[in-house]
Design a protein around this ligand. Structure first.
Ligand code: FES
Ligand SMILES: [Fe+2]
Length: 355
């Protein structure tokens, strides 16, 4: 068994020049604003009367009052303090205190604008380095294949009080499952079985190759039986699980977004071919919440130990995916800081563990 000591505070910064999941699209109605901190930055999202989504730095460049404290008329935001107005591109359009003969070039007054896109029911935001805020992103937005024109049917968002890395690793950590996720509808005991899974590199991450699930839980039987699964992970913290059964296709996308150094948001969504799934939302959501709560409880316990800044270990093969995450993360950070091509450090291989 090979161990690798992992300094836990290694690289406590966020990946830049990449899309992050921001908010569900329906949280933003036309003519409304929504303020939210992401990666430690205050951001105001807005949707124009025409339905277009935008995101600006939520600080007025005049005297720092959050723009979200002002008024939005569906076209422009008016700051609450002195009434400066900004359009959806962050351009200052009006300074009410100016006399008519005071000729000021309003172009000089600009709020930082963040690129945003709305896909599959969600709003994504491109978080670049501050200096390069106007570069158009060429990085792809994570998509749930097979559901291109659909919105999710069920969604749940939770806050984890930890740095993003600990939440991401929980997503890909196979050996915690029998100990943390015990429930009658999932697994009731900690009887471990041998797992052998093949992995391949995939865009900005890796994919557990499609395979038949030997352990049929109650949940999978409900979906139609004979389940096959493929699980893909990609930076910055996106896990997409595609399940095919005899009768249905279900995709679960879980996205992880840092709010700050100590707070991380985890959102899980289901896209399915089951038309009536929405009706079952009140039944399904408590199950999903229980599952995520179990992860969150463990992260809370982990913080108790992390306060003492101990070195952490990654063992082979159970923690190999976590190791890949760290490798992907540093390869991506290198590619953006040195402005060179991203080279995926993951090679196709078979991993074995017990869970
Ligand atoms: S602080 Fe916004 S207009 Fe003065
Ligand atoms: Fe978990």
């Amino acid at each position: 068994m090979t161990e690798q000591k992992q300094p836990q505070n290694q690289n406590q910064n966020f990946l830049r020049d990449i899309w992050y999941y921001a908010i569900p699209g329906d949280q933003l109605k036309p003519g409304k604003m929504f303020a939210k901190q992401l990666l430690g930055e205050p951001i105001v999202f807005g949707r124009t009367d025409g339905g277009e989504v935008f995101a600006l730095r939520d600080i007025c460049p005049h005297r720092a009052v959050p723009l979200s404290c002002g008024q939005f008329n569906g076209t422009e935001i008016e700051c609450a303090y002195h009434g400066w107005r900004f359009d959806q591109a962050g351009q200052c359009k009006l300074i009410p205190a100016l006399n008519q003969d005071q000729d000021v070039d309003l172009k000089k007054f600009q709020v930082r604008r963040y690129p945003v896109r709305e896909v599959q029911g969600n709003i994504w935001i491109y978080m670049s380095d501050q200096e390069r805020s106007d570069t158009e992103p060429n990085h792809p937005i994570p998509m749930v294949a097979g559901f291109e024109d659909q919105n999710y049917q069920v969604r749940l968002t939770m806050k984890f009080d930890c740095f993003i890395d600990h939440a991401v690793i929980g997503l890909m950590d196979p050996s915690h499952v029998p100990f943390v996720h015990r429930a009658w509808w999932w697994r009731t005991d900690a009887i471990l079985t041998d797992e052998i899974k093949a992995f391949d590199p995939s865009p900005y991450g890796f994919t557990m190759r499609r395979h038949r699930l030997e352990r049929e839980t109650f949940f999978y039987r409900l979906l139609g039986g004979n389940p096959e699964v493929e699980i893909a992970f990609q930076l910055p913290g996106v896990r997409i699980e595609q399940i095919t059964t005899n009768t249905n296709r279900v995709a679960n996308m879980t996205v992880i977004t840092p709010i700050s150094d100590t707070e991380t948001e985890v959102t899980t969504m289901f896209y399915t071919t089951i038309g009536l799934l929405k009706l079952f939302r009140p039944i399904l959501l408590p199950f999903v919440r229980t599952f995520l709560d179990q992860d969150r409880d463990m992260v809370v316990k982990q913080q108790i130990g992390l306060k003492y800044n101990p070195p952490l270990m990654l063992i082979r093969d159970a923690d190999t995916q976590a190791k890949w995450y760290y490798q992907l993360r540093s390869a991506f950070a290198k590619s953006t800081s040195e402005n060179c091509e991203f080279i995926n450090p993951v090679k196709s291989q078979v991993l074995r563990w017990r869970s």
